[in-house]
Design a binder for this molecule. Structure first.
Ligand code: ARG
Length: 607
């Protein structure tokens, strides 16, 4: 379905042109004075400059054309028989205030209810979109720092896919760095008798890992701490990392063990978050592409030696801040973060040839990606016009405004965080005076609602901003929170259940219900919000802005709840009207459920 804004604009364009003005002035936007109108067109102001006329004269002429009625320059009301607008008024200094026709809006609702994906149109040109998110580091426990990458990235991926793009989510594990050398050397110190450390060993390496996940989780922090005080140990770890990267078989074998033990655990963790990746690739997968890529950069005259290292200049004349050269290889031959990211792009181009790249990573890595993107374009690894988007997110802070820590000041594990939030939600459900669920169900529901509280608390902020992780606020059942949105959905579900219990017939999609023009203002307000669905989804994705979806469903929930409080839905005596209400709230439920699905959130049946 066309966006309702576009349908309105089409009408305005015709009117502008009929009056002899260019159609480009006919832009329609949401009203910023909802007390006066629903939509507005401010184009007469710009047109006035172009045509050297008074804006109000232009606005009045357009309104007259639009409605076929005469409007005087003071802004009198226009005629009413227009198919799209119930009201079009020219007001000083030259605004055109618009209200949508009730009939037209009702038909739009009907159209949405019947359409595939609620009327969302397939993209004109479906793209292959590579979403790089998650970014967990193997052998290090998943902590809250990676939480945002997972939550935001998952939402972006779901949006792209739902919109009809071939969207690929890649976890891009950190599996090739110094942590591997640290673990290898720590393992050597703890278990020197292992065959991996016997240079004379020529047999097959064991299939069984020489550690469990809990041992591994303890080994890394110990090794990391040791490397901070023990220079010799650090150097050994560094050498071991290099040897691993060069393919030394025993270390490769240890690495395999680290990978299988750790990835299994990561998969469990991500799945608890309802986060699913299409690709479980990592930095290590880029290794085979590095040598050729570096050669190519040298051959093209882009990479050159500087103090023994290999670098590529990426500064541009228009830069307002200094962009240092991108380091491709260290003097000891070790590859770097940028090397593996570039080689990964080579691999992705070969395997998928993406039309768009989206990286969801901590904003402090902004410079790194700027350098990488520039090298990729300069070297022709990626086409000039392929968008490479860095969606950098801010820090999740504690209530003290500092990066989130446990009460003891340590890094909080994701599992602990989730358990805490579930506990808080459980308490909320149990203290609700209108509680309808058993204690047991409350436990289960708290898991679903807790995850929603966590994700929504994150996604409702603009990603780039830091935000305060506030369990109290996130788990509240009112205000702009996940639980409030779910509460609204649950309210609609229970209304529909009651309707069924009283003998009402309604399918999941309520397609057989005729939606009538709104009976009152709150119903119209609800319809107007529902009608914005396709526009919000498209801009949410094109602007990589899940917070726009949150803002939308918050407003939609508010509109539904006002309508609910002001309308006797189930006791409406007029059957056709009641049917229409049922059709509309079913549509509201479907829009809300679709949107939370894009945020990676589910609704329980009751709460
Ligand atoms: N592993 C990295 C980290 O923890 C994040 C990876 C982001 N993605 C990428 N292609 N570099 O900081």
């Amino acid at each position: 379905m066309k966006k309702i804004l576009d349908l309105m604009e089409q009408e305005l364009k015709q009117a502008f042109e009929a009056c002899g003005y260019e159609a480009k002035f006919a832009k329609v936007v949401l009203s910023n004075r909802p007390d006066l109108c629903e939509y507005q067109c401010n184009g007469a102001m710009a047109a006035a400059k172009a045509y050297k006329k008074k804006p109000i004269d232009i606005a009045a002429a357009v309104v007259e054309k639009l409605t076929g009625a005469s409007a005087d320059a003071s802004g009198a009301q226009a005629g009413s028989a227009h198919p799209v607008f119930s009201e079009a008024v020219a007001v000083m200094p030259g605004f055109i205030n618009l209200k949508v026709s009730g009939q037209f809006l009702a038909e739009y609702m009907q159209g949405m209810a019947a359409a595939d994906k609620l009327g969302l149109e397939a993209p004109a040109k479906p793209e292959t979109v590579m979403v790089d998110y998650g970014g967990a580091n193997v052998a290090k426990p998943l902590h809250v720092g990676h939480l945002r990458a997972a939550i935001i990235g998952e939402s972006i991926k779901r949006m792209g896919r739902f919109l009809g793009h071939n969207t690929i989510g890649d976890v891009h594990l950190g599996d090739w760095g110094l942590q591997m050398g640290l673990i290898i050397e720590e393992l050597r110190d703890r278990k020197p008798g292992l065959v991996y450390f016997d240079e004379a060993f020529a047999g097959e390496f064991p299939a069984e890992a020489p550690f469990t996940i809990s041992e591994l989780e303890e080994i890394y922090p110990a090794a990391s701490a040791k490397s901070k005080t023990d220079e010799a140990f650090k150097e050994r770890a560094h050498q071991a990392t290099l040897k691993l990267q060069k393919g030394y078989a025993p270390y490769r074998a240890i690495w395999q063990h680290i990978m299988s033990v750790s990835v299994e655990d990561l998969k469990k963790n991500y799945s608890n978050l309802n986060v699913e990746f299409d690709l479980w690739k990592g930095e290590s997968d880029a290794e085979p592409y590095i040598a050729d890529m570096i050669q190519m950069l040298v051959d093209k005259g882009l990479a050159y030696e500087s103090q023994g290292a290999l670098v590529v200049d990426v500064a541009e004349e228009t830069d307002t801040k200094e962009i240092p050269p991108c380091l491709i290889r260290k003097s000891d031959g070790a590859s770097l973060y940028a090397t593996s990211d570039l080689a990964t792009i080579v691999e992705r181009e070969q395997d998928f040839h993406p039309d768009r790249y989206i990286y969801v990573v901590d904003k402090r890595q902004g410079m790194h990606f700027e350098q990488v993107f520039r090298v990729a374009k300069k070297a022709g690894i990626v086409k000039q016009d392929t968008p490479m988007i860095f969606l950098g997110f801010g820090t999740m802070n504690g209530r003290d405004g500092k990066p989130f820590k446990t009460r003891e000041g340590g890094v909080m594990r994701l599992e602990t965080l989730i358990a805490e939030i579930n506990e808080a939600v459980y308490a909320r459900i149990m203290e609700d005076e209108e509680r309808t669920v058993s204690e047991e169900e409350a436990r289960r529901t708290a898991g679903i609602v807790g995850l929603a509280a966590l994700k929504y608390g994150d996604l409702s902020n603009q990603a780039v901003k830091d935000y305060v992780f506030d369990i109290e606020r996130f788990t509240a059942f009112s205000g702009n929170t996940g639980p409030y949105i779910l509460y609204t959905i649950v309210r609609i579900k229970s209304l529909l259940n009651k309707y069924r219990e009283n003998g009402g017939i309604v399918s999941e999609e309520a397609l057989e219900k005729d939606i009538l023009p709104a009976a009152n203002d709150s119903e119209k307000a609800l319809m107007l919000l529902i009608s914005r669905y396709n526009e919000v989804l498209e801009s949410g994705f094109s602007e990589t802005a899940p917070h726009k979806i949150c803002q939308y469903i918050y407003e939609l929930s508010n509109a539904f709840n006002s309508f609910y409080h002001e309308t006797k839905i189930l006791t409406e005596p007029d059957e056709a009207r009641k049917d229409s209400f049922i059709g509309l709230i079913t549509l509201a439920r479907r829009v809300l459920e679709t949107c939370i699905g894009l945020l990676g959130i589910e609704a329980p049946d009751r709460m």
